[in-house]
Design a protein around this ligand. Structure first.
Ligand code: BGC
Length: 947
């Protein structure tokens, strides 16, 4: 491997790895997590699951045993710094010894399990911290030291533990939800006389909230409590606020806003979708050094006002902030709130309240725009150089009452002017009214959008780009993957995919972040979830969203178009059994993909009933013959359509009934696989029988006797081949027809949302890797790299978002430049181009398949994926007729390496032939493929390849 590739490989691995991995040379345990999180607090899981990573200097390192110790921590001993002093640790040990605190040791358990081990002890108490540590034994029987002590802290665990009252700001009329109104401020002064050792606040809202203690925001989280199917599931957050309280006088405060709860949603801009009134529910728990505790609760003693500076704020439309109306000291204890109203206690439900799952939305990075320029229509515009999601923080000097207006857009038109038609009714506008006190700094509170360009109006002079900072925000998911290869356009494609994931993983997976939509479209998420899981750890993100999918599943088994469900609500549809195949199949595809990625069977057990109900619905709808007739749905959404007036290349249309029947078959397969994993043998058998029946009917109905699919679209062939619906005797023919179609389009695809994710995998799996690479490397319209060549920095919704002549697609009101669906190719780049694959029979990368498949014009490619066991790496380079491959396998896993085209006696590892290398086993060779097993470690393989 060239020096540069190796350096890059190590550098990337380094960036993704905790520094500990490099400094540790002896057997040790690191990266302890509970429910995928490091030291979580506010966890409402009855039996949380523990994971850790093994570090070992040895190749072939395996865990053979572990011991976990868990002990309850007395409340007054929660260490403020997160670490115990020696005295505290001793006191704690004494209490445990005396049996005053719950403690548990698993003893040495002979097991190689290191991921997602269920808590084995007695029921956990609410609002209690538990410390835990682990030690392990390796393949030689050597034991590690104990890991560092980590902790998890339970939340309220049940609705009965809410003592606080729901409160609403007094000045809310029943009609006030109809238009955006000022954001209410709420506050309450209180004293805490004694010395505080620990404090937590538990909070949620109807609407979104910012919570403050003594004038400071309690966290960097944004848009809490997040977006769920509120009427059924409303999240609360837990914050450690120990360091924010004073001994003596204190003040707790909150600002509320409409958010998703009652702000504009959908292209109809409906308001009050979930409720008409904003509300707050919060309780602060203070623990004193003397062992006593106190609660500060939301109740009718709180005061509130609507006269704050946030005059209106909405996700779609922006924020109006009048700095003249700021209320200095509003959240300080001495503040005089005599003129404020009294909050009203209301009897809203608490039964729907659940703890936050996973990571909330936070700011992730800051971008600085290029200098402002004057457009031909005389507006000052600046370019962030990246289509991003978030907002801007501004610095202004203005006279009292001066208004600075900032608008946002994704693209400039052909003339270079600010272009907002594709945002539809979303106004995306910030108005800041100066207080005139010198430099004023402002960032919106309750607004985000997708944009690359900003337009600024209202300043006396030309705006300076230094005064406008792009604040990027998204769900704060840990980055787990990186991909790089020798084609810079493909690297930009990877960048664009990642940025579309960032921008559309804002608490839920959305279709787009900028126009009046931003909803949890199920189809988009199902096609992208596999790619997303390479780029970031999405386990908890999808756990949360799938819970809402359940909540919104109709009793007939259908899954709505969007989750949280909005469209039936908006249209007042009573009979809700409305769904689209390819979208609703998110209920089978996402749990299965998550199971494969994380090896987490709870994705299957928790979703099994919902998956089954959905497949049963499809069975009823398809009828005895198992074929859909007259089904409705979005089809192969946004497949290639010839630009107006050009009919040389035909459209890529695929019949809806065909699609519905194909997805019926696929969901049946996945349900059957899930049943098998869960030990539901009978169900598994039923699914196999059902699948065979669907396949038979499908072949009779949709295939000609020569193996041609009846309407012959690429997506038609792709779905049939991917879902194993083509009878063996027709497989090669079907592949040839597909390839013929691609060739007839001068090596272009014509697929939409449903066909695109599978086209390269299908070609690869059927011996046409060459054509898959031709499509990946294609850079003329329509193709992935066409967008890149047109300057895209995120994925476009449409192949022709911008036409070759630089005009926009004719349907200008549906043309997002940040839509991840076509980015589903990313998974293939990791798994085939770089070659990191999971094994269905040992999921979660317990068994890793390293099978890089070089092709096209690429001379190198590499990927690093941070699995639950540790880093997996695969990086190859072909130069001077030699293939070099660096592989990294984490401890406690096994890798199977598959190389092509070569023979075993041609392959060396670190200079030694395979057969001479004791660390390499099960060497096999078949049709030019050499396959062998390796344990953990880093390996460098080399073999000659023909030019
Ligand atoms: C969304 C899509 C979605 C589709 C359904 C659109 O408006 O932006 O991404 O899947 O509707 O057809």
């Amino acid at each position: 491997m060239s020096k540069s590739l190796r350096q890059l490989f190590l550098l990337t691995a380094y960036c993704l790895l905790p520094a500990a991995c490099f400094s540790q040379t002896k057997l040790s345990v690191t990266d302890l997590t509970v429910e995928y999180m490091t030291n979580p607090i506010g966890l409402d899981v009855a039996q949380p699951r523990f994971s850790w990573k093994m570090i070992s200097p040895n190749r072939n390192a395996r865990q053979t045993a572990y011991e976990i110790m868990i002990n309850e921590v007395e409340k007054k001993q929660y260490p403020v710094t997160g670490k115990f002093t020696e005295q505290e640790a001793k006191d704690l040990a004494d209490l445990i010894k005396a049996g005053k605190l719950y403690s548990l040791s698993t003893g040495k358990v002979m097991s190689d399990k290191s991921v997602l081990l269920r808590y084995p002890g007695a029921s956990l108490k609410p609002i209690t911290r538990y410390n835990w540590k682990v030690r392990i034994w390796d393949e030689k029987g050597n034991g590690s030291d104990w890991s560092a002590v980590n902790y998890f802290e339970t939340g309220l665990l049940s609705a009965g533990n809410w003592q606080a009252k729901w409160i609403e700001p007094q000045a809310q009329k029943d009609t006030s939800y109809k238009k955006a109104a000022p954001s209410p401020f709420l506050r309450k002064s209180f004293t805490s006389e004694k010395e505080i050792v620990s404090a937590r606040v538990y909070a949620t809202a109807h609407g979104i909230y910012e919570l403050y203690l003594n004038g400071k925001k309690v966290s960097d989280d944004l848009f809490t409590p997040g977006w769920t199917s509120y009427n059924k599931r409303l999240q609360y957050q837990t914050y450690d606020v120990t360091g924010m309280l004073n001994k003596g006088a204190n003040c707790i405060g909150a600002i509320l806003n409409d958010g998703w709860y009652r702000g504009s949603l959908t292209w109809k801009n409906y308001r009050g979708m979930y409720g008409k009134h904003l509300g707050l529910l919060c309780q602060l728990h203070i623990i004193y050094k003397d062992g006593t505790d106190a609660w500060v609760l939301s109740d009718g003693s709180w005061k509130c006002t609507n006269d704050g500076p946030i005059r209106s704020a909405e996700f779609y439309h922006g924020e109006v902030y009048d700095a003249r109306m700021e209320i200095p000291g509003w959240c300080a204890s001495g503040f005089n709130d005599r003129n404020w109203n009294t909050a009203v206690e209301v009897d809203s439900s608490k039964n729907n309240i659940v703890a936050q799952v996973g990571y909330p939305v936070r700011r992730s990075e800051e971008l600085q725009p290029l200098p402002f320029f004057l457009t031909s229509d005389k507006k000052f515009v600046a370019d962030m150089q990246q289509n991003m999601v978030g907002r801007v923080r501004i610095k202004v000097h203005g006279a009292k009452g001066d208004t600075v207006t900032i608008r946002f857009c994704e693209v400039l038109d052909k003339e270079g002017n600010f272009y907002t038609k594709n945002l539809r009714k979303a106004r995306n506008t910030i108005k800041y009214i100066c207080k005139g006190t010198g430099e004023e700094v402002y960032e919106p509170h309750f607004f985000f959008t997708g944009f690359r360009y900003i337009e600024v109006e209202g300043l006396k002079e030309k705006p300076m780009s230094d005064n406008f900072t792009g604040m990027v925000l998204h769900s704060a998911l840990p980055v787990t993957g990186s991909f790089e290869c020798s084609n810079p356009l493909i690297n930009q494609l990877q960048h664009n995919i990642l940025w579309s994931q960032k921008g559309n993983f804002v608490d839920i997976p959305t279709d787009c972040p900028q126009r009046d939509e931003r909803m949890g479209w199920t189809g988009d998420a199902q096609v992208f979830c596999g790619t997303a899981a390479f780029n970031m750890n999405v386990a908890e993100f999808f756990t949360k969203w799938l819970a809402d999918m359940h909540a919104d599943q109709d009793s007939c088994g259908s899954i709505p178009y969007t989750v949280p469900e909005l469209l039936y609500r908006m249209r007042g549809i009573k009979k809700k059994c409305v769904y689209s195949t390819g979208w609703a199949d998110a209920i089978t595809i996402i749990p299965w993909t998550m199971y494969l990625t994380y090896g987490d069977t709870s994705f299957l057990s928790e979703n099994y009933d919902a998956m089954k109900k959905y497949v049963e619905l499809l069975m009823r709808e398809a009828g005895e013959k198992c074929i859909f007739h007259g089904s409705k749905g979005f089809g192969d959404w946004l497949f290639y359509q010839a630009p107006q007036g050009e009919h040389e290349i035909p459209d890529g249309y695929t019949d809806q009934d065909y699609i519905s029947t194909a997805f019926f078959a696929y969901s049946t397969t996945l349900l059957g696989k899930a049943a098998k994993v869960l030990g539901k043998e009978q169900d598994a058998k039923k699914c196999e029988t059902l699948f065979r029946k669907i396949k038979q009917s499908f072949n009779q109905e949709f295939f000609t006797p020569t193996g041609r699919v009846f309407n012959g679209s690429q997506t038609g062939y792709v779905l049939a081949l991917m879902f194993n619906l083509v009878n063996d005797e027709y497989r090669d023919k079907a592949v040839n027809f597909l390839v013929e179609d691609i060739k007839s389009r001068k090596n272009h695809l014509s697929t939409g949302f449903l066909g695109t994710p599978y086209i390269c995998p299908v070609l690869e799996q059927n011996g046409r890797l060459d054509v898959a690479y031709t499509l990946l490397e294609q850079d003329t319209f329509p193709s992935w790299l066409y967008q890149v060549r047109k300057g895209a920095t995120t994925m476009w919704e449409k192949w022709n978002g911008i036409n070759p002549d630089s005009t926009f697609d004719a349907e200008e009101t549906m043309n997002s430049f940040n839509h991840y669906a076509y980015g589903a190719i990313g998974g293939w780049m990791y798994s085939t181009v770089a070659g990191i694959k999971f094994d269905e029979s040992a999921p979660g990368y317990r068994h890793i398949i390293i099978h890089p498949q070089p092709g096209g014009h690429l001379s190198h490619a590499m990927a690093v994926y941070k699995s639950m066991y540790g880093d997996i790496g695969s990086g190859w380079e072909i130069s001077d007729g030699k293939m070099k491959l660096i592989v990294k396998i984490p401890p406690n896993t096994i890798g199977t390496v598959i190389l092509f085209p070569t023979e075993p006696d041609q392959v060396t590892e670190s200079g030694k032939y395979l057969k001479d290398n004791k660390e390499i086993s099960s060497i096999k060779s078949e049709r030019g493929y050499v396959q062998f097993e390796v344990g953990s470690g880093e390996y460098t393989f080399q073999y000659p390849v023909k030019k």
